[in-house]
Design a protein around this ligand. Structure first.
Ligand code: MG
Length: 372
């Protein structure tokens, strides 16, 4: 779909279905120079109410973005789970400031991303949307999938975990039954008093390996260590963000004694956050919405590898645009949790798919997306 069709389609659909109720809004655009940037809000509808240790929700605000150049269209996306403080308004207001007209070519991704960082310190989802669209666009211009341009073997993309949120035993049982045959690893949100019940309920149904994510929900390091030993006996393979992100010394204490890898998520946003985490965590969870996109994510992978840290790739609730972008990095990761597109009911594209529990990368140029 070219930019004009994108704008026309979004306006037509918005008029037909009502602007706010369907999450579709008319596209805005910024013109000038070789590249044209356009974007529109797009609210993601979750298949199940999603609960972690601090909140519940049924939708996630997002923004779909396109960059066109020389007849090619690159797709990008910003996703804004409410706990991170970004909103549709903050993303749109950042995008209003962006002037790509000063850049001769979309291949100048290093320069463009450095320029975006001069506009604000934060706004990582908006920056990620532009980064993803530039990678998609340039991949299409080169006629090759991103993983191929980077030299990754798509057969090494590996499994993705599928996330089960905190819920009643009945719902956990139902969700586990739904996904036990489809995935090779489950990810379970823990961090409340119901942790043991959650794991026991899942173990009634499947022996699949489980990654757990406490989302900073555990308060006492000794109790956390006891729980981690118990979790290991239950077939858990890693623990994400057990303690509050500020508690580096306590986390280092835990990591030193833990029989399972301890992965930083909330404690790491961008490349500059990694050096101080060395020794406190076994690895980092890289998400494009935190890292400002693929360019910096690849630097984070290289840095973590150089420091002997494990690499996990995660995502927010996202359409196949951002999830497919992350999946192109999957061959370089130890663990993947790229299931955001599988948790929504209104995806816009087909990109990465899961076959026999394994991430399967599309072989089209750029991200390799096709419109649904
Ligand atoms: Mg996490």
């Amino acid at each position: 779909m070219d930019r004009r069709e994108f704008i026309g389609t979004s306006i037509g659909a918005a008029v037909a279905a009502g602007l706010s109720s369907c999450g579709i809004a008319p596209a805005k655009q910024s013109t000038g120079g070789k590249m044209q940037l356009s974007w529109r809000p797009y609210e993601l509808q979750l298949a199940h109410t999603f609960t972690v240790s601090s909140y519940s929700r049924t939708t996630t605000p997002g923004v779909q973005l396109e960059i066109t150049c020389d007849g090619y269209t690159g797709h990008g996306e910003a996703s804004m789970p409410p706990y991170l403080g970004h909103t549709v308004e903050s993303v749109c207001s950042f995008l209003e400031k962006v002037d790509l007209g000063q850049f001769e070519s979309p291949f100048l991704i290093e320069d463009i991303m450095a320029y975006l960082d001069t506009l604000s310190d934060g706004d990582s989802p908006a920056k990620a949307a532009i980064d993803i669209a530039l990678h998609d666009l340039t991949g299409q211009m080169l006629g090759a999938p991103l993983y191929k341009i980077w030299g990754y073997n798509p057969a090494k993309a590996g499994p993705t975990s599928f996330t089960i949120g905190i819920d009643t035993p009945e719902v956990v049982r139902q969700k586990t039954q739904e996904c036990a045959g489809l995935y090779k690893v489950l990810k379970v949100k823990v961090g409340l008093d119901t942790d043991e019940q959650m794991i026991r309920t899942i173990r009634e149904i499947t022996d699949l390996p489980i990654a757990v994510d406490a989302n900073q929900g555990w308060k006492d390091r000794s109790k956390a260590l006891d729980e981690i030993f118990w979790l290991k006996e239950q077939g858990v393979i890693l623990v994400e963000q057990p303690l509050a992100k500020e508690r580096l010394d306590d986390t280092a204490w835990l990591t030193e004694r833990s029989p399972l890898p301890i992965i930083a998520d909330e404690a790491v946003q961008r490349l500059k956050d990694i050096p101080r985490l060395k020794g406190a965590y076994s690895g980092i969870n890289i998400k494009l919405m935190k890292s400002t996109g693929l360019l910096e994510a690849r630097k984070m992978i290289a840095y973590a590898r150089a420091e002997g840290m494990k690499v996990m790739l995660g995502c927010m609730t996202e359409t196949s645009v951002a999830c497919t972008a992350a999946a192109h990095l999957a061959p370089a990761a130890d663990f993947c949790d790229i299931d955001g597109n599988l948790l929504i009911t209104n995806d816009l594209y087909k990109g990465v798919t899961v076959r026999d529990g394994l991430l399967t990368l599309p072989d089209g140029p750029g991200l390799g997306l096709t419109k649904l």
